[in-house]
Design a protein. Structure first.
Length: 108
């Protein structure tokens, strides 16, 4: 059995990255979207940027108030995109995700 580094979270760079992987691979549709991004012919940086934009869409929703897949209705009704505590907290977590590691885990 391989040893997990002490400065990681369940084998990932941090808890934010682990949570992103957990949710992205939790349903067939998000897992398919992740694979589509990772296996596209784009450059590594483009894949990372696309994955980040995808996660922002899932968690914070589009600025035109499209469906928020993982955000409870009470959050989206009370907090406009780009404003409020919930948006700030989610945005902070999104900045800590190791997008390259997630992409590389699918490319293998």
């Amino acid at each position: 059995m391989s040893e997990v580094k002490r400065d990681t979270y369940n084998g990932w760079a941090n808890r934010s990255t682990w949570l992103a992987v957990l949710w992205l691979t939790n349903t067939e549709s998000t897992n398919d979207d992740l694979r589509s991004i990772a296996l596209s012919g784009r450059s590594g940086l483009e894949k990372e940027q696309t994955l980040k934009a995808y996660l922002e869409e899932l968690t914070l929703g589009a600025l035109d108030n499209e469906t928020h897949k993982f955000t409870p209705d009470f959050v989206t009704e009370r907090f406009e995109a780009g404003k409020g505590l919930a948006t700030d907290l989610v945005s902070q977590e999104l900045m800590e995700i190791d997008y390259r590691a997630i992409i590389e885990s699918v490319e293998v």
